[in-house]
Ligand binder design. Structure first.
Ligand code: FES
Length: 383
């Protein structure tokens, strides 16, 4: 994957670096393989195909690309080149695939946005193009095979609605996903030129052709590459940083950290102006508060030089007691994560409580009294 991308084949995308996402798929002698789990030497003497080679002329589209665009099987387009190659590997050997065969062919490529209904439709449509059929204009989505969708079993009157145990329990409640197949599409919509009609996404051609479209695809003349040194400790003061060896490495242009970057406070929530308090962040601090917290950054001519330079930065840590659980974090005497003097507006810094929000609408007690079921449990979310 790295060799192909550095040669300008940006349709080969980084997914996870270990083949799990399938985003880095290429065809090796016509077979779909993950290029991120291959060494260059393993490809020597073999034919590699990427989406760039399907229809190299400007304005030209391979039938599979055309079908993906027409059916709207592209959202971000990140997974699209891999899906198109998976489709090609299938259709090169089987022009009459069943839906099951199409689903199987696409199953190694994870798509987090479009999902699979439209790509399946696109591959079946592409097969019709490749068989030389007269394919009618695309007329909106159809459910290809509704048997894939599981009906939710009816709820019994005596079903146990007690809250699920969090760990190691045999909860009677399971979760099912069921698309609303009873939605009626395109009925009663007045005849207009655009509304109610399938419309190709404005950047669909670019994405279907695997052209540079994402931040990682940007390559500018003289561009430097940045790498971040992050904390191996959950809680520590940084007593000193020595960047002299890293700076002396040929190809390194800058090393930045708390000693040479201005301390500008901001909030990390990502809200726009006015950025709400507490402004408890700086670009680089002399304290780290979690494993992976920012310590320093290197800018260098190549990612490899930047990576090497990170190893030459010497950091003197004073390791502090850490806390790993929010309930422990609010106990009196717990390690204080934000003890810096220049952060204002933390609700209770000594107990690590950044905000306290109370909200109530209507008559809550009456609502509970009138409810058929009352669920009481402690719920954990990932943020
Ligand atoms: S990951 Fe975005 S379209 Fe599949």
């Amino acid at each position: 994957m790295k060799a192909l991308r550095s040669a300008g084949y940006f349709s080969v995308r980084y997914g996870s670096g270990d083949g799990v996402t399938g985003a880095a798929a290429v065809l090796l002698d016509g077979r779909l393989v993950n290029s991120d789990t291959m060494l260059v030497g393993q490809a020597t003497g073999h034919k590699i195909e990427t989406v760039e080679g399907l229809a190299p002329t400007v304005g030209e589209l391979h039938p599979i690309q055309k079908a993906f665009i027409e059916t709207g099987a592209i959202l971000s387009g990140y997974s699209t080149p891999a899906m198109i190659l998976a489709a090609k590997a299938l259709l090169d050997t089987n022009l009459n695939p069943t839906e099951t065969e199409v689903r199987d062919a696409l199953s190694g490529v994870l798509c987090r946005e479009t999902g699979y209904v439209k790509p399946v439709e696109a591959v079946l449509r592409a097969a019709a193009y490749l068989r030389g059929e007269d394919v009618p204009p695309y007329d909106g989505p159809t459910i290809v095979d509704a048997s894939y969708f599981v009906e939710t079993p009816p709820v019994a009157d005596d079903q146990d609605f007690s809250g699920p145990e969090i760990a190691g329990s045999q909860s009677p409640i399971t979760t099912q996903t069921k698309p609303q197949t009873d939605i009626q599409l395109r009925t009663g919509i007045p005849e207009t030129q655009v509304v109610g009609k399938p419309e190709a996404k404005v950047d669909a051609v670019k994405l279907a052709k695997g052209n540079p479209a994402f931040v990682d695809d940007i390559e500018m003349r003289g561009m430097l590459y940045a790498k971040l040194l992050t904390s191996p400790h959950a809680h520590a003061n940084i007593l000193d940083i020595d960047d002299s060896e890293a700076l002396a490495l040929p190809g390194v242009h800058a090393v930045i950290h708390y000693k040479n970057v201005e301390r500008v406070k901001y909030a990390s929530g990502g809200q726009s102006y006015p950025n709400p308090p507490p402004h408890d962040q700086v670009s680089f601090d002399n304290k780290v508060r979690y494993v992976g917290d920012r310590v320093a950054a290197v800018a260098a001519d190549t990612p490899e030089i930047a990576e090497h330079a990170l190893k030459l930065i010497k950091v003197d840590y004073e390791i502090l007691p850490a806390v790993f659980d929010e309930n422990e974090a609010i106990q009196p005497g717990a390690p204080v994560i934000h003890d810096e003097a220049d952060t204002e507006g933390i609700h209770n810094a000594d107990r690590n409580i950044v905000h306290r929000i109370e909200a109530e609408t209507g008559d809550v007690e009456r609502g509970f009294a009138e409810a058929d079921y009352v669920f009481e449990h402690q719920y954990y979310v990932h943020q």
